[in-house]
Design a protein around this ligand. Structure first.
Ligand code: SF4
Length: 206
C-alpha cells in the first residue's frame, strides 16, 4: 500500500485518505482531513492533527487555531487560499491527544506524497510533530523561527497557533516568527534545487 501511495495523484490521495484504515485513528473519526490548498502552492503549512471542528468539517484549521492562522497569514499579506495546509496525521486523535508513533508512521506516506506532488519552496512546520521531520531531536521552544534548507526547500519551524492561543506568552513569539516569512520566501524562490545547502552562518540570518 505504501508503494501505491507513492504513485497517487493529489485527487487519489484525497480519496484514499477519506477511506483510510491504516491506523486506529480511523475508528474514531467523523471525517478524515486530507488537507487543502493550491496544488502548486509555494508554501505548505504542516500542523499536527485535526481537532473537533476539523473532524466535523473534513477541513484543516477551521477552529479557533485556524482563525488565528488566517490572521497570522494576513499579517504578512497572504490569504489561506494561497497556501497548502495539512497535518502529520489526517484523522483526529481522541480527545485531541498527541499522535502516537505508530499513527505517525502509518500516515507518513500520505504527507510524503503530498510534499512530493506540491513541491513547495517553503515548508512551515507548526508544532512539535511536524518539526521532528526536519529538526530531529530539537525542542520547539528553542528553535522556533529558525530555518534550514532541505534539498531545494527551506523549512521553518514555528509554534503551533493553538499553543500560542492557549499560552499568551507565546503569541508575540509566533507573530514575530511569521514576520520572518516574507524574506524566507523570497530567498526560497531564488534557490535552485541543485544548489548546495547554505552554511549555518547563512541560515542564522533568518
Ligand atoms: Fe489513515 Fe492517517 Fe487516518 Fe491513520 S490517521 S487512518 S493512517 S489517514
Amino acid at each position: 500500500m505504501t508503494s501505491e501511495i507513492s504513485q497517487m495523484s493529489l485527487e487519489q490521495l484525497v480519496a484514499a485518505i477519506r477511506t483510510c484504515t491504516r491506523c486506529g485513528l480511523h475508528s474514531g473519526r467523523t471525517r478524515a482531513v486530507p488537507g487543502e490548498g493550491p496544488p502548486d502552492a509555494t508554501i505548505m503549512f504542516i500542523g499536527e492533527g485535526p481537532g473537533f471542528h476539523e473532524d466535523r468539517q473534513g477541513r484543516p484549521f477551521v477552529g479557533s487555531a485556524g482563525k488565528y492562522l488566517e490572521e497570522l497569514l494576513a499579517s504578512i499579506g497572504l490569504k489561506r487560499e494561497q497556501v497548502y495546509i495539512t497535518n502529520v496525521v489526517k484523522c483526529r486523535p481522541p480527545g485531541n491527544r498527541d499522535p502516537l508513533p505508530d499513527e505517525l508512521a502509518a500516515c507518513k506516506p500520505y504527507l510524503d506524497r503530498q510534499i512530493e506532488l506540491i513541491a513547495p519552496k517553503v515548508i512551515v512546520t507548526l508544532g512539535r510533530y511536524s518539526m521532528a521531520r526536519y529538526f530531529p531531536g530539537q525542542s520547539i521552544s528553542r528553535i522556533h523561527g529558525q530555518a534550514r534548507q532541505v534539498g531545494g526547500v527551506i523549512v521553518v519551524a514555528m509554534l503551533h497557533p493553538a499553543a500560542a492561543l492557549h499560552q499568551p506568552q507565546w503569541k508575540a513569539t509566533i507573530e514575530a516568527d511569521f514576520k520572518k516569512l516574507p524574506a524566507i520566501i523570497a530567498q526560497a524562490e531564488r534557490l535552485q534545487p541543485t544548489e548546495p545547502p547554505p552554511s549555518p552562518q547563512q541560515l542564522s540570518l533568518f
